[in-house]
Write a protein that binds this ligand. Structure first.
Ligand code: KG4
Ligand code: ZN
Length: 362
């Protein structure tokens, strides 16, 4: 089965062609992503109207490019899959309209995919991971623990009650005068820093369960910076900046690793098995975090999967693959094509703030 996927729910316009072979394994034949970072940079955040217009302009070009790179034509597809939520509604609508046009013109079946399901099912595309597994989704827009039990069976075990970790990295960079995106900048600075110098809080560790909080950490970091600046007559020494970055990164690491351990316990209790651990989202690029999660999985004899970064961040290959999984599970519903700004994966557990997703980016 070969599926064309379209993604336009935030600030990346993407198209991809993914094939599932007879053995069930996935092959990404092409994955094209046109980011809009430069378009939104002057405004300090994603401008929904600009994003929607840019998606509408770029989608068909991305589709053409993806098909050309795959060396295939539209009639050679078996279906089209498109993100129909959650996300910025203008962008989601641009994608659904484009996909509807392509489907009408080609007669191909059309599948509406939940963007979060795309992230959640990625470890099956990249590493043929079997169900059930625990996914830690950590990006600039969301942070949640998901137990993946089937193509349409997702259980949210916990998530952030305020900021997402990527957001916290970005704000930390701003507070310390480092460039955006903050994650890579803070990680680079932290290499020369001492993580034990500033005792920053480990929010919510004293409470049971695997919910997380990152907004207090950012405030504590700001206070620590102000104190150093006051002690140094108005300046922030470079070593102190590196130490602040290292201390912040270690706090995020400690909280995420400990909460992941608890989520693993919970996943084990629910399934009666020993689910593998997977991580996805832009923050999964962080070496310290990856290392901590890898050690945790090894200590518990669990398989650990961290997909290549191009499939951790927003892309259309994960949407095409989620479409393939949905078709395989016989779970395609016409109502899934309705563009939705909000669409929690777990329909049973009540959503936390923003269903573990905060800000425009999902
Ligand atoms: O998944 P993503 O590309 O977009 C969404 O938010 O959906 O994630 C972007 C986020 C940004 O906040 C960025 O600062 C963070 O991921 N990030 C990192 C690293 N690389 C990117 N955070 C920590 N360490 C990194 N190396
Ligand atoms: Zn995403």
């Amino acid at each position: 089965m070969t599926v064309l996927g379209l993604e336009s729910s935030c600030d990346d316009t993407a198209a991809a062609v993914v094939r599932r072979g007879a053995d069930g394994g996935a092959r990404v034949l092409a994955s094209v992503v046109h980011g809009q970072a430069a378009l939104h940079a002057p405004f300090g955040g994603v401008v929904p109207e600009l994003a929607a217009r840019a998606h509408a302009e770029k989608l068909d070009l991305c589709v053409e490019e993806a098909l050309a790179r795959a060396g295939l034509a539209l009639p050679q597809m078996d279906a089209i899959a498109v993100t129909s939520g959650p996300g910025l509604i203008g962008g989601v609508m641009s994608g659904v309209m484009c996909a509807r046009g392509l489907a009408a013109g080609s007669g191909l079946p059309l599948v509406g995919v939940n963007h979060l399901a795309g992230h959640a099912l990625t470890p099956r595309m990249t590493d043929a991971l079997d169900y059930p597994y625990l996914l830690l989704l950590v990006s600039g827009g969301h942070c949640q623990f998901l137990l993946i039990e089937g193509a349409t069976q997702f259980r949210r075990l916990g998530g952030t009650i305020d900021d997402a970790p990527g957001e916290a990295f970005d704000k930390t960079a701003r507070i310390l005068g480092l460039p955006q995106p903050g994650g890579p900048a803070v990680e680079a600075e932290a290499r020369a820093g001492r993580p034990e110098r500033f005792p920053l809080p480990r929010p919510l560790l004293d409470r049971p369960g695997c919910d997380l909080s990152f907004s207090g950490l950012k405030t504590a970091l700001m206070r620590a910076r102000d104190q150093v600046v006051a002690e140094n007559g108005g300046g922030l020494p470079l070593q102190a900046r590196a130490d602040l970055c290292a201390s912040f990164q270690m706090a995020v690491h400690d909280v995420l690793v400990e909460k992941t351990a608890r989520a693993l316990d919970l996943a084990e209790a629910i399934t009666g098995a020993a689910p593998a651990l997977a991580v996805a989202g832009g923050v999964a690029a962080n070496g310290t975090l990856r290392g901590g999660l890898k050690r945790l999985a090894a200590a518990r004899s669990r398989t650990f999967v961290a997909p290549a970064l191009e499939y951790c961040t927003d892309n259309a290959a994960m949407i095409a693959w989620a479409g393939i999984e949905k078709i395989g599970a016989g779970a395609v519903a016409p109502s899934d094509l309705t563009p939705r700004p909000r669409w929690p994966l777990d329909q049973i557990r009540p959503a936390l703030l923003g269903s573990g997703k905060k800000g425009a980016k999902a």
